[in-house]
Design a protein around this ligand. Structure first.
Ligand code: GLU
Length: 317
């Protein structure tokens, strides 16, 4: 099956639900990324919705040439075929620029001249979060003669002008109530990086809205970004999707699997074995007697629907 293959008419998607899988082509899929692919695909099918793929290749120095198409082939081998065209973030610069300009015009984005060193030394008692210092707001009231490097969101200004509380709350479909004080835990976060590249937070928010994404299903390591994304959605007057963050696959050393810590590329010979491992990671049972990929996917979809989409189809609820 090619990755652009059409699904039969009997399986056509309902209009209300659009989900997505958004891999960064910094290498091939690994066992952890297949979990996000499978879970987002199952959630879309359980809601009779559409499943889109977006290749998040904004961080060009980290992208590996050809990894995008190789990922699409890996997905196709697993019979995870997107509905509709694939979106490449590297082609979306104009949309990100327009969003940044909207924020600048509202006075909610400001240029920052701080280097990483400046930020760390400005915070003698630096609060480290994921090894990144919370930005202390040094350039919020002006560059003080430094050349502009990055663009940041003025979190306080957005919250004050939109009358939003300091703590951003949201509901995760698996984890339940979540809350984060973005200003205290991350500070005014970057929209455009000092190297001119678009920041993940801005790109993901602009594209989720442009693609009409109603439901985001992704790994729990990304849950921490959600409050920032919700703030940006509000600042740009964009809808907030529903979120579900899946359990992470841990490597033998107990650390989350990621390309950075050397996760092996998926062994897709045969693909059903890799899919079964991914299913087990999200607590779906594996039936030894089901030896066909489509039958396995149908079995997992039924279980997923009972747990996460009991009133599906979504658009008739
Ligand atoms: N591109 C991100 C990653 O591969 C995922 C972004 C998202 O799902 O919001 O980790």
């Amino acid at each position: 099956m090619g990755w652009e293959g059409n699904r039969p008419e009997s399986e056509q998607a309902g209009p209300g639900y659009i989900g997505r899988f958004a891999p960064s082509p910094t290498g091939l899929l690994h066992a952890g990324s297949l979990v996000a692919a499978l879970a987002s695909w199952l959630d879309a099918r359980a809601h009779q919705g559409q499943w889109r793929v977006r290749l998040e290749d904004v961080d060009t120095p980290r992208c590996v040439p050809g990894a995008d198409l190789a990922i699409m082939q890996q997905l196709a081998l697993c019979h995870l075929v997107p509905d509709g065209p694939v979106l490449w973030q590297s082609q979306r610069g104009d949309a990100y620029q327009a969003a940044l300009e909207t924020l600048i015009v509202k006075g909610w984005a400001y240029p920052c001249g701080c280097s990483r060193k400046d930020i760390e030394s400005a915070q003698a008692r630096s609060v480290l979060r994921h090894q990144v210092a919370v930005y202390p707001g040094t350039c919020r009231s002006g560059l003080q003669g430094k050349p502009a490097r990055a663009w940041r969101l003025n979190v306080q200004a957005v919250q004050a002008e939109l009358r939003l509380p300091p703590i951003t709350e949201w509901h995760d479909r698996r984890l339940g109530r979540q809350a984060q004080n973005v200003l205290e835990t991350v500070g005014d976060f970057v929209l455009r990086r000092a190297d001119g590249l678009w920041a993940y937070q801005l790109a993901v928010v602009v594209d989720d809205a442009a693609q009409g994404i109603s439901h985001v299903v992704r790994g729990e390591d990304l849950a921490d970004n959600t409050a920032r994304q919700i703030l940006l959605q509000k600042a740009l007057d964009l809808p907030t999707p529903q979120y579900l963050h899946t359990a992470l696959v841990l490597g033998a050393n107990g650390e989350k699997l990621s390309k950075q810590n050397g996760a092996q590329a998926l062994d897709l010979h045969p693909p059903l074995h890799a899919l079964r491992q991914a299913a087990l990671a999200v607590d779906l049972p594996v039936r030894a007697e089901v030896t066909d990929i489509d039958a396995s996917l149908a079995h997992w979809t039924a279980i997923w629907r009972a747990q996460y989409a009991p009133r599906a189809p979504f658009f008739k609820a």
